[in-house]
Design a protein around this ligand. Structure first.
Ligand code: SAJ
Length: 445
């Protein structure tokens, strides 16, 4: 049985770690192993990424060049596009994207491609772990047969587990080493060896009884967020209809020291996790004849927010006896959440598209985002790319409406309030102190 062999290699830090996919999950992971003395081989389809890493350069915000260089110089990290080197790895961890198709069905092509590469070079004695967020059953229904059809037997020739990634890019408090790691093997041996492995780099490993439990755990975490954000967005619509300050209500509710967790309304939800992950769960549930209504409803509410915001803008301009058509609109902040540069599924894309389609003249300012393109998969949006515009006094005062889509910290909102005639604030960026001194008419979610 290979369990003992792998346990010895791991305990003695002689296990070589292969990571397929060196993005915001894979790169921090392989560097963490390298810093702890394990030899890592990173597998990428993007040669530029591999070259950057071998040159000691990081392209991921949470990973320093210094740490990449330290691992490379110590011979603990090489990156390659040559997947035949998978045969040299005792452990192989898959960290590839799991996007949705246009039909909102899971796109398993990246996981299958990684599995096929592993299958091609598999040898006796390897532990394979999937980290990519996916529906419960992927590890044992998709990956396990790929390896068994080559004649490899689980527990005798290979081990197989799932461990959800919990990377929160840019989070200063929680990094790889101090985020509890859930680990579930397809077999008991797989769980135990995978848990031993992660225990080398993570302070708290939480083992569960199967890969499916671990897969479902991750989806529960992120579906929880999507549904609660959906509730916050619906509460915003109700509060607006009742003339109640939404943000004051949720701040008051958050004083409850138990049984409540604040979520906040916004212009919609963006990112590569929350808008997508719940659909992996609902898709799998549908395969078993179950329609997960909460996920569907949350998605309907969250994806209605860009149109709701465009309606607030239309009504506010109308009150100023202006039409959306030919209005000069400045979008302040376009990234999908504050203080990052990530545009994936950003609701700002939909808001820009909706207003541009009604003839508005749109410019944006976002200190993190030099250019906005409309080739994103799941948001409304097409048309010409936009370039970041400098936030001058003239730009603000010359706008008919300023929409705060993302509340980046490094914007002077006092100045915006002094100069703008009309502001639609979708993020409560303008607190009471700023609002009190404002000459602008301010509309809030
Ligand atoms: N959002 C709201 N209201 C909220 C919270 C978020 O409108 O109360 C919006 C954000 O503006 C954004 C979207 O939802 O557009 C997603 O925001 P998020 O805070 O969930 O951030 P993400 O997408 O970076 O989610 C990641 C996830 N991490 C992993 O999957 C490993 C998520 O599980 C984390 O909880 C989240 O980071 C986090 O807490 O930062």
């Amino acid at each position: 049985m290979i369990k003992q062999e792998l346990e010895k290699l791991i305990a003695e830090k002689r296990a070589s770690i292969g990571v397929i996919g060196l993005g915001y999950v894979g790169l921090p992971l392989i560097v963490e192993f390298g810093l702890k003395g394990f030899k890592g081989i990173g597998f990428e389809v993007d040669k530029k990424k591999a070259d950057d890493i071998n040159a000691g350069r990081s392209y991921i915000v949470d990973v320093s060049d210094e740490n990449v260089k330290k691992c490379v110089d110590a011979g603990k990290l090489t990156a390659t596009t040559d997947f035949s080197k998978l045969a040299d790895c005792d452990v192989i961890i898959i960290c590839v994207p799991t996007p949705l198709r246009k039909t909102k069905d899971p796109d398993m092509s990246y996981i299958i491609a990684a599995g096929e590469e592993i299958q091609k070079y598999m040898r006796r004695g390897q532990l394979v772990i999937l980290e990519s967020t996916t529906y419960p059953g992927t590890t044992d229904e998709v990956l396990q047969p790929m390896f068994e059809e080559k004649g490899f037997k689980l527990d005798e020739d290979f081990l197989l587990a799932f461990s959800p990634e919990r990377v929160d890019p840019g989070n200063p408090q929680f990094q790889t080493h101090n985020i509890p790691k859930v680990v579930g093997g397809v077999t008991k041996d797989s769980t135990e060896v995978a848990s031993l492995l992660y225990g080398q780099i993570v302070e708290n490993v939480y083992s569960v009884s199967s890969a499916r439990v671990a897969e479902a755990c991750k989806l529960w975490e992120n579906t929880f967020r999507a549904i609660n954000i959906g509730m916050a967005n619906e509460m915003a619509k109700v509060c607006n209809a009742l003339g109640i300050d939404t943000w004051e209500v949720v701040r008051a509710a958050a004083t409850k020291p138990f049984g409540f967790m604040p979520f906040y309304p916004g212009p919609g939800i963006g990112g590569h996790c929350i808008p997508l992950d719940p659909h992996y769960l609902s898709w799998k549930a549908r395969q078993h004849g179950f329609d997960s209504q909460f996920i569907t409803l949350a998605e309907q509410i969250n994806s209605s927010m860009p149109r709701y915001v465009a309606g607030l803008v239309r009504d506010a301009l109308n009150d100023a006896e202006r039409s959306v058509k030919a209005s000069k609109i400045l979008i302040l902040g376009v990234a999908y959440k504050k203080d990052i540069d990530d545009m994936r599924e950003s609701p700002a894309l939909s808001i820009i598209d909706l207003l541009r389609s009604r003839g508005a003249d749109i410019v944006y300012h976002d200190p993190f985002v030099p250019e906005v393109t409309f080739d994103h998969a799941y948001t409304i949006g097409d048309g010409e790319p936009l370039q970041n515009t400098e936030l001058t006094d003239e730009l603000i005062s010359g706008s008919d409406c300023v929409i705060i889509c993302t509340d980046h910290s490094n914007v002077d909102y006092h100045r915006v309030c002094e100069l703008a005639p009309l502001i639609v604030d979708t993020r409560n960026a303008l607190n009471e102190d700023i609002r009190s001194g404002s000459k602008a008419k301010i509309v809030r979610l």
